[in-house]
Design a protein around this ligand. Sequence first.
Ligand code: GLN
Length: 454
Amino acid sequence: EAYLKAIDEANPKLNAYVAVTADQARQMAVASDEKLAKGQGGPLEGLPLGIKDLFGTKGVHTQAASHILDSFKPEYESTVTSNLWRDGAVMLGKLNMDEFAMGSSNETSYYGPVISPWRAEGSNLDLVPGGSSGGSAAAVAAWLCAGATATDTGGSIRQPAAFTGTVGIKPTYGRCSRWGVVAFASSLDQAGPIARTVEDNALMLQSMAGFDPKDSTSVEMAVPDFAAAVERGVKGLVIGVPREYRMDGMPAEIEKLWQQGLEWLKAEGATVRDISLPNTKYALPAYYIVAPAEASSNLARYDGVKYGLRETGKDITDLYELSRAAGFGREVKRRVMIGTYVLSAGYYDAYYVQAQKVRTLIKRDFELAFQAGVDAILTPATPSAAFGIGDEDMKADPVKMYLNDVFTVTVNMAGLPGIAVPAGKDGKGLPLGLQLIGKPFDEETLFAAARVIE
Ligand code: GLN
């Protein structure tokens, strides 16, 4: 009831929820109370969570914040949310996001932007919460849920977490099932939690993760005890510092934050080593070929016939065209056009195949660093703190918006786990985050190291 009241009060301003499932939440909470009274509560019994609108929730609003999925309510429940309900969690509602998870500011949503609960000191300017999981991050930061599900294709868990002073982990590719989650770029998409602490993140991931025969890329591997790893400490760990992440023109406060993070890890017994990840500079351009290519293919299914919005046309082709024209927003159309272009005959080898080769090189950079004894890598999470809604620079040039992901996309390209953890504030009191990158399926080390920084 406290969370529902908080949502009622704050959501008209923040726009974090696109649907509130109050009746269902109350029913689930009563069932949780009964289980707890009998001593049969699950590990998350009664915990009220928000769910990103990308996750299929049976009979409940699931539109990926797009007009084209108008009124769509799936007949199925995603594996990740099923796992959370199995463990006792309670759903408060569905969270706003960038349309089809394409964006870094939550401004591409059909439902309008999410407003961050943060303000810069001495300013009343509305700030973005980051994206695409902007609703998830804002809801957690404003105490409109105890934790939220999110997804990350190029940074959409870690960048909004960094902008809102929350913690978010993108697990190793294959750790969480993608079944029942609306697909953006299938070889990059991963689900993960956004929560207020590292420990909450560990508890949520414990429940969300696990092998699922319904997702052929889900990995058949036991889920470790993540909560136990949180207090493990960093004594003896080798922390890599990639020199290519020291970008030209990086704000001094980000550099300072990074050094401070390294000092904290050293003080707890870690050693720090300079490393090189030479192909870093190609990650963003390669991502913006691979992700749109996969998106253009995944989004072909929205044709006005199978789901949601349908415009009437004079014939079937006309119906497809009118439905897609009316149903998709500008950024989604831009991605579909880039994707079909790089996959088209004549350009496929020059762009798509080349980007796949670059992806292998990026993955190899990380493999070499880990083989040389590095246990985890520390970098900034974002190149700046949160910016204003409707930022003129970013509006004028989509590539400026894409630069938000410069530190995070490498991790998706390589399939590695990455966590964003709040580490300090900028000169105006806005949160700044650091990122830890781990070996495949070694989320435990990330939780332990993030705990030292938070
Ligand atoms: N901002 C990136 C993009 O727009 C990443 C989005 C994501 O991780 N879903 O593609």
